[in-house]
Design a protein around this ligand. Structure first.
Ligand SMILES: C[S@@+](CC[C@H](N)C(=O)[O-])C[C@H]1O[C@@H](n2cnc3c(N)ncnc32)[C@H](O)[C@@H]1O
Length: 192
């Protein structure tokens, strides 16, 4: 099986990539993470989705591409410049609600809401307040994190943080999960 060159990206992606380069934003999700998120989004018709860390909207575009018309996505970022790019290219899609602010505050505000998939791509909901994110999942809801394989910009104290996070996911009593040494290193967990 050749998995190197089969992925058809969302039509809007090239223009977001161009704007992302212009912004010199280099933390965007890659095609493998994108195609995984799109596939998972398609598994939840009428689903409720949450992305923590919109960036410039790269993963947002993939998630939207997998969602049906009844699904809804809330995506949160603290950085208005990033959000502006995402909104410019995806803002016409009525299924997505862009929120500017701190992911941890947003999770607090969302207590009482439940989601079918959470992509935690900021420290909030991942290294911080991981349990809060899991609490926001429906039964059968999916929790996804990436950037777990060692990468050159990691500061020396980052690897132990990742190990601790992996352990937290593994030992959470409500989660069944697997690790994927693919793309930037992913964990996919399902809440039982
Ligand atoms: C890895 S990038 C997200 C990439 C994006 N999901 C994508 O697919 O391209 C992390 C993002 O988290 C945002 N961020 C950092 N701290 C945050 C916080 N406390 N709350 C919400 N977003 C935050 C950054 O501005 C950055 O855009």
């Amino acid at each position: 099986m050749d998995d190197s060159n089969y992925i058809e990206p969302p039509a809007v992606l090239p223009e977001i990539e161009e704007a992302t380069r212009r912004l010199e934003f280099d933390m965007g999700s890659d095609y493998q993470t994108g195609v995984l998120l799109r596939t998972l989004a398609a598994s939840k018709p009428g689903g409720r989705f949450l992305e923590l860390g919109t960036g410039t909207g790269l993963a947002t575009a993939w998630i939207l591409d997998g969602m049906d018309q009844d699904s809804r996505l809330i995506t949160v970022d603290i950085d208005p410049a990033c959000l502006e790019v995402a909104k410019r290219h995806l803002g016409k899609d009525g299924r997505v609600d862009f929120r500017q602010g701190d992911g941890a505050d947003e999770m607090n505000a969302l207590q009482g809401s439940r989601f079918d998939l959470i992509f935690a791509d900021a420290w909030a909901g991942k290294f911080w307040d991981f349990r809060k994110a899991v609490d926001l999942l429906n039964k059968g809801g999916i929790y996804v994190i990436d950037d777990l394989l060692p990468a050159p910009p990691w500061p020396p104290d980052h690897a132990p943080k990742v190990d601790a996070l992996l352990e937290r996911v593994q030992s959470h009593p409500a989660l069944t999960s697997f690790r994927l040494s693919w793309s930037t290193g992913l964990v996919v967990a399902v809440k039982g």
